[in-house]
Design a protein. Structure first.
Length: 385
Protein backbone atom coordinates (compact mmCIF):
# COMPACT_ATOMS: atom_id res chain seq x y z
CA UNK A 1 0.00 0.00 0.00
CA UNK A 2 1.51 3.33 -1.08
CA UNK A 3 0.40 5.51 1.82
CA UNK A 4 2.50 8.49 0.74
CA UNK A 5 0.63 8.69 -2.56
CA UNK A 6 -2.71 8.44 -0.75
CA UNK A 7 -1.70 11.22 1.65
CA UNK A 8 -0.64 13.49 -1.19
CA UNK A 9 -3.84 12.80 -3.11
CA UNK A 10 -6.49 12.97 -0.38
CA UNK A 11 -5.15 14.88 2.65
CA UNK A 12 -5.92 18.35 1.31
CA UNK A 13 -6.21 19.96 4.77
CA UNK A 14 -2.91 18.62 6.18
CA UNK A 15 -4.72 16.63 8.86
CA UNK A 16 -1.60 14.50 9.38
CA UNK A 17 0.41 17.54 10.41
CA UNK A 18 -2.37 18.55 12.80
CA UNK A 19 -2.30 15.13 14.47
CA UNK A 20 1.47 15.35 14.81
CA UNK A 21 1.16 18.84 16.33
CA UNK A 22 -1.39 18.09 19.07
CA UNK A 23 1.23 17.40 21.76
CA UNK A 24 2.75 20.84 21.12
CA UNK A 25 -0.75 22.31 21.37
CA UNK A 26 -1.21 20.81 24.82
CA UNK A 27 2.15 22.01 26.08
CA UNK A 28 1.94 25.53 24.66
CA UNK A 29 -1.62 26.04 25.88
CA UNK A 30 -0.82 24.96 29.44
CA UNK A 31 2.34 27.08 29.52
CA UNK A 32 0.87 30.26 28.06
CA UNK A 33 -2.47 30.09 29.87
CA UNK A 34 -1.24 28.88 33.27
CA UNK A 35 -1.41 32.21 35.10
CA UNK A 36 -4.57 33.25 33.28
CA UNK A 37 -6.36 30.06 34.34
CA UNK A 38 -5.31 30.57 37.96
CA UNK A 39 -6.53 34.19 37.93
CA UNK A 40 -9.87 33.28 36.35
CA UNK A 41 -10.44 30.40 38.78
CA UNK A 42 -9.98 32.77 41.71
CA UNK A 43 -12.70 35.02 40.36
CA UNK A 44 -15.06 32.04 40.19
CA UNK A 45 -14.68 31.02 43.84
CA UNK A 46 -18.01 32.64 44.75
CA UNK A 47 -19.92 30.60 42.17
CA UNK A 48 -21.81 27.54 43.39
CA UNK A 49 -23.47 26.41 40.15
CA UNK A 50 -21.53 25.30 37.11
CA UNK A 51 -22.38 24.43 33.51
CA UNK A 52 -20.09 23.05 30.81
CA UNK A 53 -21.07 23.52 27.17
CA UNK A 54 -19.64 23.24 23.65
CA UNK A 55 -20.56 22.44 20.05
CA UNK A 56 -19.58 19.36 18.04
CA UNK A 57 -16.46 17.65 19.35
CA UNK A 58 -16.03 20.59 21.73
CA UNK A 59 -19.15 19.31 23.49
CA UNK A 60 -17.26 16.04 24.01
CA UNK A 61 -14.65 17.99 26.00
CA UNK A 62 -17.15 18.83 28.80
CA UNK A 63 -18.54 15.29 28.75
CA UNK A 64 -15.06 13.80 29.23
CA UNK A 65 -13.98 16.32 31.87
CA UNK A 66 -17.11 15.72 33.95
CA UNK A 67 -15.45 12.67 35.52
CA UNK A 68 -12.68 14.82 37.00
CA UNK A 69 -15.20 17.41 38.15
CA UNK A 70 -17.42 14.85 39.88
CA UNK A 71 -14.43 13.38 41.71
CA UNK A 72 -13.04 16.75 42.79
CA UNK A 73 -16.04 18.97 43.56
CA UNK A 74 -19.22 18.89 45.63
CA UNK A 75 -20.87 21.51 43.42
CA UNK A 76 -23.40 20.27 40.91
CA UNK A 77 -22.22 20.36 37.29
CA UNK A 78 -24.61 20.37 34.34
CA UNK A 79 -23.55 19.75 30.75
CA UNK A 80 -25.64 21.27 27.96
CA UNK A 81 -25.12 21.77 24.26
CA UNK A 82 -25.43 25.49 23.36
CA UNK A 83 -28.89 25.22 21.80
CA UNK A 84 -30.38 23.55 24.87
CA UNK A 85 -28.45 25.96 27.09
CA UNK A 86 -30.10 28.84 25.24
CA UNK A 87 -33.54 27.35 25.87
CA UNK A 88 -32.83 26.66 29.54
CA UNK A 89 -31.38 30.11 30.20
CA UNK A 90 -34.64 31.64 29.00
CA UNK A 91 -36.85 29.50 31.23
CA UNK A 92 -34.87 28.27 34.26
CA UNK A 93 -34.14 30.02 37.56
CA UNK A 94 -30.82 28.18 37.74
CA UNK A 95 -29.02 31.06 36.04
CA UNK A 96 -27.83 34.02 38.11
CA UNK A 97 -24.66 35.74 39.29
CA UNK A 98 -23.69 32.60 41.23
CA UNK A 99 -23.68 30.55 38.03
CA UNK A 100 -20.47 29.92 36.09
CA UNK A 101 -20.76 28.71 32.50
CA UNK A 102 -17.67 27.28 30.79
CA UNK A 103 -18.05 27.23 27.02
CA UNK A 104 -15.67 25.52 24.60
CA UNK A 105 -15.59 26.80 21.01
CA UNK A 106 -12.82 26.34 18.48
CA UNK A 107 -13.70 29.18 16.13
CA UNK A 108 -15.12 31.55 18.74
CA UNK A 109 -17.80 32.42 16.19
CA UNK A 110 -20.23 29.49 16.38
CA UNK A 111 -23.73 30.92 16.09
CA UNK A 112 -25.44 28.83 18.77
CA UNK A 113 -22.57 29.49 21.19
CA UNK A 114 -22.79 33.25 20.67
CA UNK A 115 -26.57 33.24 21.13
CA UNK A 116 -26.32 31.29 24.37
CA UNK A 117 -23.63 33.63 25.71
CA UNK A 118 -25.76 36.68 24.90
CA UNK A 119 -28.60 35.14 26.88
CA UNK A 120 -26.28 34.36 29.81
CA UNK A 121 -25.03 37.93 29.90
CA UNK A 122 -28.57 39.07 30.65
CA UNK A 123 -28.65 36.66 33.61
CA UNK A 124 -25.43 38.11 35.12
CA UNK A 125 -23.71 34.74 34.87
CA UNK A 126 -19.93 34.43 34.92
CA UNK A 127 -18.78 33.06 31.57
CA UNK A 128 -15.48 31.39 30.74
CA UNK A 129 -14.78 30.73 27.06
CA UNK A 130 -12.06 28.34 25.88
CA UNK A 131 -11.33 29.19 22.26
CA UNK A 132 -8.71 28.92 19.53
CA UNK A 133 -9.64 32.36 18.17
CA UNK A 134 -6.57 34.62 18.39
CA UNK A 135 -8.20 38.03 18.21
CA UNK A 136 -11.47 39.80 17.64
CA UNK A 137 -12.86 39.93 14.11
CA UNK A 138 -13.85 42.99 12.07
CA UNK A 139 -17.51 42.03 12.35
CA UNK A 140 -17.33 41.96 16.13
CA UNK A 141 -19.50 38.85 16.16
CA UNK A 142 -17.17 36.65 18.18
CA UNK A 143 -16.40 35.72 21.78
CA UNK A 144 -13.31 37.92 22.10
CA UNK A 145 -15.20 41.02 20.96
CA UNK A 146 -17.94 40.16 23.44
CA UNK A 147 -15.38 39.79 26.25
CA UNK A 148 -14.05 43.26 25.47
CA UNK A 149 -17.53 44.66 26.04
CA UNK A 150 -18.53 42.61 29.11
CA UNK A 151 -16.47 42.15 32.28
CA UNK A 152 -18.14 38.87 33.17
CA UNK A 153 -16.73 37.07 30.08
CA UNK A 154 -13.26 35.56 30.53
CA UNK A 155 -11.18 34.11 27.71
CA UNK A 156 -8.82 31.12 27.85
CA UNK A 157 -7.05 30.62 24.53
CA UNK A 158 -5.83 27.35 23.04
CA UNK A 159 -2.53 27.71 21.21
CA UNK A 160 -1.87 25.55 18.15
CA UNK A 161 1.26 25.48 15.95
CA UNK A 162 -0.99 25.46 12.88
CA UNK A 163 -3.60 28.21 12.92
CA UNK A 164 -6.39 28.03 12.18
CA UNK A 165 -6.95 24.28 12.27
CA UNK A 166 -8.64 23.48 8.97
CA UNK A 167 -9.64 19.77 9.16
CA UNK A 168 -13.26 19.38 10.26
CA UNK A 169 -12.45 16.59 12.76
CA UNK A 170 -10.17 18.72 14.92
CA UNK A 171 -7.20 17.16 16.71
CA UNK A 172 -4.95 19.97 18.00
CA UNK A 173 -7.75 22.13 19.38
CA UNK A 174 -9.52 19.13 20.91
CA UNK A 175 -6.46 18.11 22.91
CA UNK A 176 -5.58 21.68 23.85
CA UNK A 177 -9.15 22.41 24.95
CA UNK A 178 -9.28 19.25 27.07
CA UNK A 179 -5.96 20.15 28.72
CA UNK A 180 -7.18 23.70 29.43
CA UNK A 181 -10.48 22.60 30.99
CA UNK A 182 -8.68 19.98 33.09
CA UNK A 183 -6.32 22.64 34.41
CA UNK A 184 -9.28 24.93 35.13
CA UNK A 185 -11.07 22.18 37.07
CA UNK A 186 -7.90 21.54 39.07
CA UNK A 187 -7.67 25.21 40.04
CA UNK A 188 -11.39 25.36 40.90
CA UNK A 189 -11.14 22.29 43.14
CA UNK A 190 -10.07 21.87 46.74
CA UNK A 191 -6.75 20.16 47.26
CA UNK A 192 -6.90 16.37 47.40
CA UNK A 193 -4.65 13.43 46.65
CA UNK A 194 -6.46 12.80 43.34
CA UNK A 195 -6.21 16.42 42.24
CA UNK A 196 -2.50 16.49 43.06
CA UNK A 197 -1.93 13.29 41.08
CA UNK A 198 -3.88 14.54 38.06
CA UNK A 199 -2.10 17.89 38.17
CA UNK A 200 1.31 16.19 38.25
CA UNK A 201 0.46 13.86 35.38
CA UNK A 202 -1.04 16.70 33.35
CA UNK A 203 2.36 18.41 33.36
CA UNK A 204 3.83 15.50 31.41
CA UNK A 205 0.84 14.55 29.24
CA UNK A 206 2.11 16.54 26.24
CA UNK A 207 5.44 14.69 26.20
CA UNK A 208 3.71 11.31 26.58
CA UNK A 209 1.17 12.13 23.87
CA UNK A 210 4.08 13.04 21.61
CA UNK A 211 5.68 9.63 22.22
CA UNK A 212 2.44 7.82 21.36
CA UNK A 213 1.60 10.03 18.37
CA UNK A 214 4.98 9.55 16.68
CA UNK A 215 5.36 5.87 17.50
CA UNK A 216 5.98 3.70 14.43
CA UNK A 217 4.22 0.83 16.22
CA UNK A 218 1.08 2.92 16.68
CA UNK A 219 1.06 4.20 13.11
CA UNK A 220 1.63 0.69 11.73
CA UNK A 221 -1.21 -0.61 13.95
CA UNK A 222 -3.46 2.10 12.52
CA UNK A 223 -2.55 1.21 8.94
CA UNK A 224 -3.07 -2.50 9.52
CA UNK A 225 -6.39 -1.87 11.27
CA UNK A 226 -7.53 0.40 8.45
CA UNK A 227 -6.85 -2.33 5.89
CA UNK A 228 -8.75 -4.79 8.09
CA UNK A 229 -11.78 -2.49 8.31
CA UNK A 230 -11.69 -1.07 4.78
CA UNK A 231 -14.83 -2.78 3.47
CA UNK A 232 -17.17 -1.73 6.29
CA UNK A 233 -19.49 1.28 6.19
CA UNK A 234 -21.13 0.98 9.62
CA UNK A 235 -19.33 0.84 12.98
CA UNK A 236 -20.23 0.47 16.64
CA UNK A 237 -17.94 2.31 19.06
CA UNK A 238 -18.01 1.32 22.71
CA UNK A 239 -16.34 2.49 25.90
CA UNK A 240 -16.91 2.26 29.63
CA UNK A 241 -16.82 5.14 32.13
CA UNK A 242 -14.74 8.05 30.83
CA UNK A 243 -14.12 6.07 27.64
CA UNK A 244 -17.80 6.33 26.69
CA UNK A 245 -17.67 10.04 25.68
CA UNK A 246 -14.28 9.28 24.14
CA UNK A 247 -15.97 6.60 22.03
CA UNK A 248 -18.68 9.15 21.23
CA UNK A 249 -16.04 11.43 19.70
CA UNK A 250 -14.65 8.52 17.65
CA UNK A 251 -18.12 7.70 16.35
CA UNK A 252 -19.79 11.08 16.01
CA UNK A 253 -16.83 13.18 14.91
CA UNK A 254 -13.95 11.11 13.53
CA UNK A 255 -15.83 8.36 11.71
CA UNK A 256 -18.92 10.33 10.64
CA UNK A 257 -17.16 13.56 9.70
CA UNK A 258 -13.77 12.12 8.76
CA UNK A 259 -14.48 8.83 7.00
CA UNK A 260 -18.12 9.69 6.16
CA UNK A 261 -19.46 6.34 7.36
CA UNK A 262 -22.39 5.45 9.58
CA UNK A 263 -21.53 4.92 13.22
CA UNK A 264 -23.14 4.52 16.61
CA UNK A 265 -21.67 4.83 20.10
CA UNK A 266 -22.72 2.62 23.00
CA UNK A 267 -21.78 2.32 26.65
CA UNK A 268 -19.93 -0.91 27.26
CA UNK A 269 -21.93 -1.25 30.48
CA UNK A 270 -25.13 -1.52 28.40
CA UNK A 271 -23.94 -4.44 26.31
CA UNK A 272 -25.77 -7.20 28.18
CA UNK A 273 -28.96 -5.11 28.43
CA UNK A 274 -29.51 -4.23 24.77
CA UNK A 275 -26.47 -4.16 22.51
CA UNK A 276 -25.95 -7.92 22.68
CA UNK A 277 -29.24 -8.41 20.83
CA UNK A 278 -27.67 -7.12 17.62
CA UNK A 279 -25.73 -10.40 17.52
CA UNK A 280 -28.84 -12.60 17.63
CA UNK A 281 -30.27 -12.10 14.14
CA UNK A 282 -28.99 -13.59 10.91
CA UNK A 283 -28.16 -10.32 9.19
CA UNK A 284 -24.65 -9.15 8.45
CA UNK A 285 -22.89 -8.10 11.67
CA UNK A 286 -21.22 -4.69 11.98
CA UNK A 287 -17.71 -4.24 13.37
CA UNK A 288 -17.18 -3.16 16.97
CA UNK A 289 -14.42 -0.77 18.05
CA UNK A 290 -13.87 -1.27 21.78
CA UNK A 291 -11.84 1.08 23.97
CA UNK A 292 -10.19 -1.29 26.43
CA UNK A 293 -9.20 -0.01 29.91
CA UNK A 294 -6.28 -0.94 32.16
CA UNK A 295 -7.50 -3.51 34.67
CA UNK A 296 -6.46 -1.40 37.67
CA UNK A 297 -8.80 1.45 36.65
CA UNK A 298 -12.02 -0.47 37.09
CA UNK A 299 -13.56 -3.05 39.40
CA UNK A 300 -13.64 -6.80 38.88
CA UNK A 301 -17.21 -6.86 37.61
CA UNK A 302 -16.48 -4.26 34.94
CA UNK A 303 -13.39 -6.16 33.82
CA UNK A 304 -15.45 -9.33 33.59
CA UNK A 305 -18.11 -7.52 31.53
CA UNK A 306 -15.55 -6.16 29.06
CA UNK A 307 -14.02 -9.61 28.57
CA UNK A 308 -17.53 -10.97 27.99
CA UNK A 309 -18.15 -8.34 25.29
CA UNK A 310 -14.96 -9.31 23.47
CA UNK A 311 -15.72 -13.05 23.65
CA UNK A 312 -19.29 -12.54 22.39
CA UNK A 313 -18.23 -10.38 19.48
CA UNK A 314 -15.50 -12.78 18.41
CA UNK A 315 -17.90 -15.73 18.56
CA UNK A 316 -21.02 -14.27 16.96
CA UNK A 317 -19.67 -11.52 14.70
CA UNK A 318 -16.17 -12.82 14.05
CA UNK A 319 -12.71 -11.78 15.14
CA UNK A 320 -12.31 -9.79 11.93
CA UNK A 321 -15.12 -7.50 13.14
CA UNK A 322 -13.57 -6.62 16.48
CA UNK A 323 -11.02 -3.83 16.85
CA UNK A 324 -9.70 -3.35 20.39
CA UNK A 325 -7.95 -0.07 21.15
CA UNK A 326 -5.62 -0.52 24.12
CA UNK A 327 -3.01 2.28 24.05
CA UNK A 328 -1.11 1.23 27.13
CA UNK A 329 -0.58 -2.29 25.80
CA UNK A 330 2.04 -0.75 23.49
CA UNK A 331 3.92 1.17 26.19
CA UNK A 332 4.84 -0.64 29.43
CA UNK A 333 6.37 2.45 31.03
CA UNK A 334 3.25 4.52 30.35
CA UNK A 335 1.07 1.68 31.58
CA UNK A 336 2.84 1.81 34.93
CA UNK A 337 2.80 5.61 35.03
CA UNK A 338 -0.93 5.90 34.37
CA UNK A 339 -2.19 2.78 36.17
CA UNK A 340 -3.97 4.69 38.98
CA UNK A 341 -7.39 6.31 38.73
CA UNK A 342 -5.69 9.64 38.00
CA UNK A 343 -4.28 8.00 34.87
CA UNK A 344 -7.76 6.80 33.98
CA UNK A 345 -8.97 10.41 34.02
CA UNK A 346 -6.21 11.44 31.62
CA UNK A 347 -6.54 8.38 29.37
CA UNK A 348 -8.75 10.06 26.70
CA UNK A 349 -5.66 11.89 25.43
CA UNK A 350 -4.12 8.54 24.48
CA UNK A 351 -7.17 6.70 23.14
CA UNK A 352 -7.77 9.71 20.90
CA UNK A 353 -4.33 9.43 19.31
CA UNK A 354 -4.93 5.79 18.38
CA UNK A 355 -8.30 6.28 16.76
CA UNK A 356 -7.26 9.54 15.07
CA UNK A 357 -4.53 7.64 13.23
CA UNK A 358 -6.92 4.76 12.51
CA UNK A 359 -9.59 7.05 11.03
CA UNK A 360 -6.97 8.99 9.09
CA UNK A 361 -5.69 5.88 7.31
CA UNK A 362 -9.15 4.33 7.00
CA UNK A 363 -10.26 7.45 5.15
CA UNK A 364 -7.24 7.39 2.84
CA UNK A 365 -7.68 3.73 1.96
CA UNK A 366 -11.34 4.47 1.14
CA UNK A 367 -10.14 7.32 -1.13
CA UNK A 368 -11.74 9.93 1.14
CA UNK A 369 -10.30 13.23 2.32
CA UNK A 370 -10.30 12.81 6.15
CA UNK A 371 -10.35 16.52 6.93
CA UNK A 372 -12.74 17.95 4.35
CA UNK A 373 -16.53 18.10 4.53
CA UNK A 374 -18.69 19.99 2.07
CA UNK A 375 -22.06 19.96 3.87
CA UNK A 376 -20.62 20.87 7.29
CA UNK A 377 -18.71 23.72 5.67
CA UNK A 378 -21.91 25.04 4.07
CA UNK A 379 -23.87 24.78 7.32
CA UNK A 380 -21.22 26.65 9.30
CA UNK A 381 -21.07 29.39 6.68
CA UNK A 382 -24.89 29.62 6.51
CA UNK A 383 -24.78 28.72 2.81
CA UNK A 384 -26.63 25.42 3.03
CA UNK A 385 -29.59 26.51 0.90
Amino acid sequence: MNWINLENKFDSTNMKDCILSQSDSIKTTLNKEHNNIIDISREMKNCNKFIFTGSGDKYIVPLISKTLWDCANNFVLRTYNPQYLLEMSNHSNFFDKKTCVISVTQSGKTEDTLLSIKSLIKKDCSIIVITNLKQSTDSGNDVISMSEEHDNIHIIKTHTPIYPEIPTPSTMTFHASLAAIYKLIIELSDNSKLIDEVDTLLDSVSDDVNIVTRSDDVINWAKTSAIKMKSFSMFYCSGDGIRYPTAQRLSQILLMEGTKVNSSYIETESFVHSFIETLENNTEKNPLILLNPINTWINGYSNKNIEFVKKCWKKYAGIDKLLVIDPFHFFNDLSEKYNKFSGNILSPFFYSVFYEWFVYYLSLIKNIDPGKTELVKKVRSNNMF
